[in-house]
Ligand binder design. Structure first.
Ligand code: BMA
Length: 376
């Protein structure tokens, strides 16, 4: 009987242990990279990391001021996660699509990492056939970059440049800085050359697999965590997974969802986001993948209590590792305001402070204490 009980007990242990372990799909991932994934898995039980795109580079009404951040101006702390954008890297540009010099970006990435924060990268890479930007939906771009395609060799040179950049991201001990890589984002949309209107599911999966293989095997990139990211237009698991390349090639799953309507008159954003986040949670449990909200926000945040009354209402109960708010460009040449976190004095700044103080929301200081790069 005792023997039987011990046997049963070890089965139970093995069973739960399996659920705790988060193994990177890149079997040669650096120790810091696999530690980060393991800790993000634990993070979902503690709370959600707050992230902001281009946080250290500029904000509303300022650019490249040392140690400045709109998030810090309002809350006194930096975010726990930093998003950066690579568009331009593929054509040897010194600056990205939003004029951030890659040299500065590298330094900002180092600063965020040294503070214990998490780094994520997106890439609005140019259309490989037309040379126009990522929003050019001329068909055939994906087929062209696949092995045998007319732009395949060129695509490899783009990945070579990405690899040089990835290998240049180093911490104080010379270790590689782990990055959550979110390629071909919003893939279920219809606005990029890789979205569902321009390629078949099979072509998309082959694009992912080739990219993963080339980066890990040919280029020796071992500081990437791979994130699959759809647009916010799914209602079922099958829709979310239609172009999913497979459990062996994806570490994290996410989607992007923005609000455009009036939350005081129409609660559909909260209802829909809640539903989708719940679906994402189900998929992440089934697949043992870590969930996040890849991008969200309300441009120029026109409602003073948006943070606690809309965003938190939708995701407060969710088991998500992080949420990323998009960039604070400020005023565009046409006068239009483009920003997603409040700046000092902005109408939602007070509510943002309330959001920042929530137990389950993690900014710089709480994240630093998690030691995300140490053994989980
Ligand atoms: C979009 C906007 C653009 C920007 C692009 C890439 O959502 O913010 O202004 O160029 O992202 O960062």
């Amino acid at each position: 009987m005792k023997k039987l009980l011990t046997l049963l007990y070890s089965f139970v242990l093995i069973g739960t242990d399996h659920l705790l372990i988060a193994q990177t799909v890149d079997k040669n991932a650096t120790i810091e990279t696999s530690n980060l994934l393991g800790n993000l898995k634990k993070q979902i039980n503690k709370g959600i990391i707050f992230g902001h795109q281009d946080d250290l580079a500029y904000g509303v009404g300022w650019k490249y001021e040392k140690d400045r951040s709109d998030v810090k101006d309002v809350t006194g702390e930096y975010p726990g996660l930093y998003g950066w954008e690579l568009a331009g890297l593929e054509k040897d540009s010194k600056i990205n699509i939003d004029s951030v010099p890659f040299d500065k970006m590298r330094e900002f990435i180092r600063q965020g990492y040294e503070r214990g924060g998490v780094i994520t990268l997106s890439w609005h890479l140019d259309h490989p056939l037309t040379g126009k930007n990522a929003w050019d939906t001329t068909h055939g771009g994906v087929a062209a970059v696949l092995p045998g395609g007319v732009a395949h060799e060129m695509y490899k040179t783009w990945l070579d440049k990405l690899s040089v950049f990835a290998l240049s991201l180093r911490g104080a001990r010379g270790e590689l800085i782990p990055v959550i890589f979110r390629p071909f984002h919003e893939l279920t949309g219809n606005w990029f050359w890789w979205t569902q209107n321009t390629c078949t599911p099979d072509e998309f999966k082959r694009l992912w697999l080739f990219t993963f293989d080339y980066l890990t095997k040919e280029k020796g990139i071992h500081n990437f965590i791979y994130m699959y990211n759809t647009a916010g237009n799914f209602n079922t698991e099958a829709q979310f997974l239609e172009r999913y390349p497979g459990d062996d090639f994806v570490d994290m799953i996410s989607f992007d969802a923005y609000q455009y309507n009036d939350p005081q008159k129409d609660s559909s954003f909260v209802t829909q986001l809640k539903k989708q986040v719940a679906l994402l949670e189900t998929i992440s449990t089934e697949k043992n993948k870590i969930a996040a909200l890849g991008e969200t926000g309300y441009e120029a945040i026109p409602y003073a209590d948006w943070w606690t009354k809309t965003l938190w209402k939708a995701i407060g109960e969710a088991r998500l590792s992080y949420v990323l708010l998009w960039r604070n460009h400020g005023q565009q040449p046409n006068g239009h305001m483009h920003y997603y976190v409040p700046f000092k004095g902005d109408i939602s700044a007070e509510d943002f402070k309330k959001f920042y103080l929530l137990d389950k929301v993690f900014f710089e200081k709480k994240i630093k204490k998690q030691h995300l790069y140490n053994q989980p």
